[in-house]
Ligand binder design. Sequence first.
Ligand code: NAD
Ligand code: FES
Length: 282
Amino acid sequence: MFKILTKKIMVPSIKLFEIEAPLVARKALPGQFVILRIDEHGERIPLTIFDYDRARGTVFIIFQEVGKSTMQLGAMEEGDLLLDLVGPLGLPMKEERDKKIVCVGGGVGVAPVFLKARSLYENKNYVISIIGARTKNLLILEEEMRQVSHEIYITTDDGSYGRHGFVTEALKEVLEKNRPDLVLAVGPVMMMRACSEVTRPYGVETLVSLNSIMVDGTGMCGCCRVMVDGKVRFTCSDGPVFDGHLVDFKELMSRQNRFLEEERIASERFIQMCRKIERCDN
Ligand code: NAD
Ligand code: FES
């Protein structure tokens, strides 16, 4: 069992947990993820490691409540126990040194970018960060990203904070004035595809971190299959980081949407159950 030591509500739908998991904390590296289960009936939830504290033996995750399982996770409190947490999974991100690197994080995707940006910053790369959200109240980790960036651009889709527009618009500007060696983009699939298309004409290597649907997380079930450069790859064991110019985003999007109806039904049932419990408690 894995204890939740700290819970922080970043914005109403995005939460941070610090979880006691000494063996995972000891080995975790930027780019890797964990898969957790709340209880024996629980779905396996893959989440990027936001940070770790080897001395305390803890890992930090940040997640958005988007469906039944993440809503149930978000309802857990400090002191509660998760049934299991497996990791670190996936390949760590390749180390870089003395390069000019743009780190793009969209929405809750800023969380998986943070650890990579910090590691790049510590390894003497020049880090330009671009973080964006739909609106000011949904922007996360601004201060943390500032501390690991030499330059930072902030965007909101509605213009309520920072620059008005998508992260891709700031990325275009950076490419024009300050050609980087590498771009790393993490966020919704549409955003990662758009970033890869923006950098393609400039010939700048672009890495994306995919969040495919997963089951085992070790390359055995085939659930997280993705086409990269015309070849089948598994996000969990060959990734999650891939060359964005080679990913078949159209296929990825159709695979991501396969269980939308089931997810909708499960979320509705969960909300109804919570309402019943609330009525009984009152
Ligand atoms: P969102 O829809 O609010 O988008 C966040 C930002 O991404 C926007 O502010 C915008 O700047 C940019 N963006 C979105 N669509 C774009 C487009 N078509 N073109 C250019 N830029 C675009 O994101 P959210 O609600 O915070 O994130 C939810 C999604 O992120 C879910 O689908 C989730 O699965 C995914 N996600 C991915 C990862 C990962 O590791 N890749 C991690 C966490 C969440
Ligand atoms: Fe099963 Fe990747 S999750 S192969």
